[in-house]
Design a binder for this molecule. Structure first.
Ligand code: PHE
Length: 496
């Protein structure tokens, strides 16, 4: 006779053997794990599925909803349920007035607290909270506490009224569906002889040793069910900001640019004076710029400061009238955290005034901004310059359009803007979800900036926000999400 159990793998043999002890029984997962001496439920589920596929067992799946504590529920468990703490306060207060409650509880608790007390039957009379039925309140509160401490539980095992009560409170509990399985033997399963269910030595790895000896001829090979569910392996990956920076780098390198990487500790002179930003410009104030205590001041060559001084006071030999007023070398030598990456491109130009170039930088800048949905005090700029004979506005616009097109944003427009160091000056906007969003500034450097450095060709320049672009690429409406290191969010970000 054909031996039915022959094509079973070991785990299936063990499970079938265990079930044959009581062939009419409906076996739970725990019972199977216990009888088979397994720890891993995936093994039991896999073996059960195998037995079912071969007609020896039936799998019964029951999906049930489990109620678990959510964040507010967890903190209520740790710190005490708000109504319980309110009740304690009520019982021990000399005078349970609103003012005394507001003193004992924080605003975000006192507000909802009033509502909670009222629902429990504690009302305000002549300015004092009073309670008609104390026993009833205590009973309600302890039932609620018990409800929470019983979690996790199946929906069906819980008091439905209390369940509704907690469902209506934000983030107290969450409902999660889970599948539980049981197994019964089929008729052909129950007819298998225990004697046929001897476990054989199974090989699940083919090693050189096995192949070199002849023993592979006699062993049984374990088969794998590749259709079973398994955990997704979590491997390391780049932070989306890093991937985005890499992508931007590639685009500029592809367009023939070279990368410039420089320090972010700079002088006010290079950050501002060299760019013809007047010394009384509001952006230079302490409340906008991070000036450093150490180094508080960084010495600059006198001839450079003389040149800036001439340009700022009178326009020097550029034909400009300058800003007038006084120029302070002390102000120039102040140390600061760069407020824009233009500080580095201008120094590059000062060192290489004659050589045509295309340079870019993706780097960190600092401004004293209050943190909110769209602002951070530390962020990145995508900066670039093109210096060559005949460079013109059209070329600037085309370059920026090409860049954004390669990033996946084909709709770009420019609008007139103002920067002290460029003329004309532009604002770059990109269309996203039907709206125009401003992403940065650009322009052609003014003679007050280029002539004193001995530059002869036009210099096209731009500086754009990286985080703003990241918000578009990742579909964020809060810039802070980029830096809070939320692992779950990070894992689920698309490849950039
Ligand atoms: N530096 C400017 C900013 O930080 C951007 C810019 C760069 C504008 C180069 C014109 C030219 O906003």
């Amino acid at each position: 006779m054909f031996m039915v159990a022959e094509n079973l793998v070991n785990t299936e043999r063990r499970m079938l053997k265990a079930m044959l002890v009581d062939s009419g029984k409906n076996w739970t997962l725990d019972e199977i794990l216990d009888s088979c001496n397994w720890q891993d439920q995936a093994v039991a589920v896999g073996a059960g599925q195998g037995l079912a596929n071969k007609g020896f067992a039936d799998v019964h799946e029951v999906v049930s909803t489990e109620v678990r504590l959510a964040s507010q529920g967890e903190s209520a468990m740790n710190e005490g349920l708000l109504e319980a703490r309110l009740w304690q306060w009520f019982k021990s207060a000399d005078e349970a007035t609103m003012a005394s409650m507001q003193q004992s509880f924080e605003k975000h608790e006192a507000g909802p607290g009033i509502g909670l007390l009222k629902k429990l039957g504690i009302t305000m009379e002549t300015g004092i909270f009073t309670c008609a039925d104390e026993a009833m309140v205590e009973e309600t509160i302890s039932a609620r506490q018990k409800f929470l401490s019983d979690l996790p539980s199946k929906v069906s095992d819980l008091d439905q009224q209390l369940l509704e009560q907690f469902k209506s409170r934000r983030n107290f509990i969450e409902l999660v569906d889970s599948t539980s399985r049981t197994w019964t033997l089929t008729k052909s399963g129950s007819q298998v002889k225990v004697g046929d269910l001897v476990e054989t030595t199974m090989v699940n790895e083919i090693t050189p040793e096995l192949l070199q000896s002849d023993s592979w001829k006699d062993v049984e090979f374990r088969s794998f069910d590749v259709t079973l569910e398994s955990a997704t392996p979590r491997t390391g990956r780049s932070h989306p900001m890093q991937s985005l920076i890499e992508r931007i780098r590639h685009i500029f390198l592809e367009m023939g640019f070279s990368e410039l990487v420089e320090d972010y500790v700079q002088t006010a002179g290079w950050n501002m004076d060299a760019l013809f930003i007047p010394q009384d410009h509001p952006a230079r104030e302490m409340q906008d710029t991070f000036y450093l205590d150490n180094p508080n001041s960084m010495p600059l060559p006198d001839h450079i400061m003389e040149t800036w001084s001439d340009i700022h006071r009178t326009g020097g030999e550029t034909g400009s009238t300058g800003w007038g007023g006084e120029f302070s070398k002390e102000t120039s030598q102040k140390g600061l955290l760069r407020t824009h990456t233009t500080v580095n491109t201008i120094q590059y130009l000062a060192d290489n005034p004659k050589k045509a170039c295309r340079m870019f930088t993706v780097d960190r800048v600092f401004r004293k901004e209050a943190i909110d949905r769209t602002h951070l005090p530390e962020f990145h700029q995508i900066e670039g310059i093109i210096m060559e004979e005949g460079a013109n506005l059209q070329m600037l616009v085309t370059t920026l359009k090409t860049f954004y097109e390669k990033m996946g944003y084909p709709e770009v427009r420019v609008r007139p803007a103002y920067f002290p160091y460029t003329e004309p000056s532009l604002e770059i906007e990109v269309k996203w979800r039907g709206k125009w969003l401003e992403l940065g500034g650009a322009g052609i450097f003014r003679p007050e900036v280029t002539e004193p450095l001995g530059i002869e060709h036009p210099v096209l320049a731009w500086g754009m926000g990286l985080e703003r672009l990241a918000m578009l690429v990742l579909g964020l409406d809060d810039i802070r999400q980029l830096y809070i290191s939320d692992l779950e969010w990070l894992r689920n970000q698309p490849l950039i």
